[in-house]
Ligand binder design. Sequence first.
Ligand SMILES: [Zn+2]
Length: 605
Amino acid sequence: MMRKFSLLLPVVLGAIVSPSGAFAQGAATSAPLTNIRYEVTFTRANGVHRRVTSTMTFTVGGTDAVLLSLPKWTPGAYEIDNFAREVSNFSAEQSGNSLAWDKIDPDTWRIRPRGVGEVTVRFDYLADSLDNANTWSRPDFLLFNGTNLFLYPEGRGFDFPSSVTVNTEAGWKIVTGMSPAGAHRYAASNYHDLVDMPFFVGQFDLDSAQISGTWVRFATYPSGSVTGPARVAVWDALKRVIPVEVKVFNEVPWNTYSVLQITDPSYGGGSGLEHQNSHVDVLSPGMLGTPVLPSLYAHEIFHAWNVKRLRPADLWPYRYDEEQPTPLLWISEGITDYYADLAEVRGGLVDANGFYMLTSDKMSQVDELPPTALEDASLSTWIHPRDGTEYIYYPKGSLAGLLLDIMIRDASDNHSSLDDVMRTLFNTAYKSDRGFTSDEWWATVSKAAKGKSFGDFYSRYIDGREPFPYDKVLPLAGLRLARDTTRVPQLGIASLQDSTGLHVTEVIPESSAAAAGVQPGDQLISVGGFSADDPNWTDKFRSRYARQPEGAEVPVVVRRNGAEQTLTARLRFVTRVGSRLLEDPRASTKARRVREGLLRGTTQP
Ligand SMILES: [Zn+2]
């Protein structure tokens, strides 16, 4: 998962956390089912009502109760979504007769068959959640995840094969990572794969190209959202990042790969959700054509190895009925984000300075947040902490990856690297059909570093909350940190983008915005002449006003109770200490070799 927001003002996200785990599950076991088939129906008529119909048909051997559950979450999106909330018109029938049913917990239905034979269960699912873990429709388009629509029998494991048939309008397209098994029909050998392959159905743009010896597809909704040079740029990015990611593991883990991308003005920022042979991006139009996109692709595609296959033991196998916390999410997400930056520099999308800027940004993000241990942040993400540290394991985990990479390369005289750690664990844990443990991770890191102990590093910087030892580690790669003090113009508001615009969620007391009369709930129209619709308005505002005197007038146009009004704020500055990563011209030959190896993805032969 990756969430990126283009707004640089503090963005306060209103997360609704649903209680979960309050209902014991697992004791109940469904009657055995065979010959399981699913059908998904989405036509123009469905699109109008924003509902998709899901049907499950199976064979039972008698009258024992059938217990069917819907997942509470989609792996990769580490939050409880309770997809059963979106279900309506649930029914069950056998030989034309409706069957009695009730619920035994919030997302488990109990159906009572009348005897041996075929049972069909049907429900409608509300398709109005623009979320890459959920289901969303427009009159001519549907995104769905299997976790939303495909019931599983309780207590029977997840190894059962099944098929999916999609009923839709003639001429509408279907894209999914599932294997084709007939006209509009797809097959999965187990439930984990079934629900890991989301679908695009309807009218959208689609093309494909061969990269690293396999077909990659790029599907974009709405039609026309990514065309001409913008589409060429996406393909260029994919052709640059995929091969260098493949090189880390020396193998392509998919037969085909699909990039499924939705652009919609109701979405603020951008977000990607990874799967074993596809990923789903949801973007605001302002994200298109920005450097955020290649970074998002590189992150999600690296997940095809790191987390979809090489996965912490706590997440192996996935369970769908409750949270699945792990202290190692910083490896799955943060290290993936480190490799996204590496893929960009190794693939030539950014130069070394671009890589240093990406890294410096992460350092600044971490510096501005309360000291938080990576293991704690990994566990806490499920409850969305509201002190700003909800996603700190992305930038901080990425920086931990950089430090480990440098220390491994230094200790091994650049004969091995973090790449070796990733490849070794992929070939041992994943290829043995299991997850990896914390002990295994650190033993593999230590082995790559020629036996160097990481116990102290672990207890101070991973389990502990001490600031990272940049000044000790960066010079080993010929790098150093410059700390700049800058004056940044600040209004003192937090804002949140939603489908209707950018809204003020908080006004800091005694701030410039408070003095001007900005109120929570105001919709921001423009600040200092820059439209709030422009995703880069905060950058533009800061650069225009950086050299103006304290107290200069800043027009702030807001919409309140339906009417626009212009308020006048007085410019105020805050002092920020930023970190800038630089090459040290006096670096030793060894340190320069470490740096070049890291940037190019090479080690000494
Ligand atoms: Zn991710």
